[in-house]
Design a protein around this ligand. Structure first.
Ligand code: PXG
Length: 296
């Protein structure tokens, strides 16, 4: 595998030469949106859904993406093709672009579009077998009254602070609560619990990103006849759960076996988690079968 070819505004650069201006408002103010997308066997998983979320996020922050969704889809496919990546990760970023020192977005002339195709650092396989320990972070998820967490914006500072809390506690992940103290999500993953044969996950109004993996799991559960409620969850609900897992593009479905020092269920990945993991792998296989480098 050669050096990655990175797309910036229609031109490809090497990893060493791919650069943006220090006046880019993405850097100066976190003024932009992004997506993280998986490539499985040369096919892109749910590209259309990711693009829809990207354009919705952009619209919410008054950001005009300089490519049509069709042109963006073509650009992503071309970037994957050029990089010859069969399994990996696409980071799609759109920033307000180069401006000057000052928040005024009118001074930004051209939006910056970046497509990076690279390897993904996965959790070690044993974590999927044993499950992970998590904490609830003191750092709260930003509320929809401030910045709607449905927007996948480049402002991840409070998620990063929660991630630091997790690491300081010797854990891989942190659960973030919303301002009311209800469970929202993890730093880059959604969360589910199972209790009495049913699933529950925080409702989008609790301050979560509507994850594409979350959506896949909700639909799979319904197809499998497993009730799944989108509701409000408390830490009490987490501690008393039979099972818990987190979902995301990177982690897929990761079992959680300890929360704030309390053992979840029997302290091992539970039966619903295992069934959904198998069903999710089957879904990915089904949707990404076929000719390489196309949308899955
Ligand atoms: N919540 C948040 C805050 C996220 O950022 C998810 C949930 C899960 O959504 P998906 O659509 O992936 O099921 C995310 C996803 C990265 C990276 O490189 C971040 C995400 C996804 C992929 C890569 O940091 N966040």
């Amino acid at each position: 595998m050669g050096t990655p070819e990175i797309y910036i505004n229609g031109t490809y650069y090497s990893r060493e030469t791919a650069m943006i201006s220090v006046y880019d408002h993405g850097l100066l103010y976190g003024d932009g949106v992004f997506e993280g997308i998986r490539i499985y066997g040369g096919r892109i998983f749910r590209l259309r859904e990711h693009l829809e979320r990207l354009y919705d996020s952009a619209a919410a922050i008054h950001l005009a993406v300089p490519l049509t969704p069709e042109a963006m889809e073509a650009a992503v496919l071309e970037a994957v093709r050029r990089n010859g990546k069969h399994n990996g990760y696409i980071r799609l970023v759109v920033t307000r672009g180069k401006g000057d020192l000052g928040l005024n977005p009118d001074n930004c002339t051209d939006e910056t579009v970046i497509i990076i195709v690279d390897d993904i650092s996965l959790y070690p396989a044993e974590y999927y077998e044993k499950g992970i320990a998590v904490i609830t972070a003191a750092t709260r998820r930003i509320g929809a009254d401030a910045l709607d967490p449905g927007i996948k914006s480049m402002n991840y500072l409070n998620n990063i602070l929660a991630k630091i809390e997790a690491k300081q506690a010797g854990c891989m992940e942190a659960i973030m609560l919303n301002r009311e103290g209800f469970v929202a999500e993890c730093t880059a993953d959604n969360i589910f619990i199972a209790k009495g044969g049913s699933l529950a996950t925080p409702h989008s109004s609790c301050g979560v990103l509507r994850g594409i993996t979350r959506d896949s799991v909700i639909r799979l559960a319904r197809d499998m006849g497993i009730p799944c409620a989108e509701t409000r969850l408390t830490r009490f609900d987490l501690y008393g759960a039979d099972e818990c897992f987190i979902t995301g593009t990177g982690a897929e479905i990761m079992p959680v076996v300890r929360i704030d020092g309390r053992t979840v269920g029997r302290g091992a990945p539970g039966p619903l988690t295992r069934r959904l993991t198998a069903a999710f792998r089957e879904l990915v296989y089904r949707e990404t079968a076929g000719p390489a480098v196309s949308t899955g």
